[in-house]
Write a protein that binds this ligand. Structure first.
Ligand code: SME
Length: 150
């Protein structure tokens, strides 16, 4: 993984941002394009004062899971745990919401603003066991940058 190249491009997108929506979409498109095992990249945010996540920008196939209650699925669990969740094989998870038979693994990293978990980046992969610590570090960086514009 070319971490410096990826981080520099994310930084540039955020620094040049004058529209949250356009920038989040550009980040999704960029990560999906540059990392071959990122097959779906999206942002979920807490939906107002409801205990649920709402899908925002994404790159990849549309999903019917545009609203996810807290505690449900990998995303909903991260909304309450405030922890990274790396699933190298979705078959190992009981509390998992499938977005299609092709998805084999998933990584979800929370986004914090002023210490509060306000949403997350979610990556689905069609490959089993694709994620390393480098993915977590890269995506934590992405979330820190996103926190500046949301
Ligand atoms: N698999 C997720 C649902 C969202 S999709 O991956 C886009 C989950 O279990 O929360």
């Amino acid at each position: 993984m070319e971490t410096d190249f990826l981080k520099n491009n994310i930084l540039t997108l955020v620094e040049k941002s004058n529209s949250k929506e356009i920038t989040l979409q550009a980040i999704c498109d960029f990560l999906k394009q540059e990392i071959d095992y990122y097959d779906w990249v999206g942002f979920y945010f807490i939906n107002g004062d409801k205990e649920e996540l709402k899908l925002a920008q994404f790159a990849g196939e549309p999903t019917e899971h545009t609203i996810i209650p807290f505690g449900k699925g990998i995303c909903g669990q991260v909304a309450v745990s405030n922890q990274n969740f790396v699933v190298q094989d979705v078959e190992s998870q009981d509390n998992y919401i499938s977005c299609g038979w092709k998805v084999k693994s998933e990584i979800v990293i929370p986004i914090f603003v002023d210490g509060k978990n306000i949403g997350q980046i979610d990556i689905d992969s069609h490959t089993v066991n694709p994620f390393s610590k480098q993915d977590e570090l890269l995506l934590e960086f992405v979330c820190e940058q996103v926190a500046k514009i949301v």
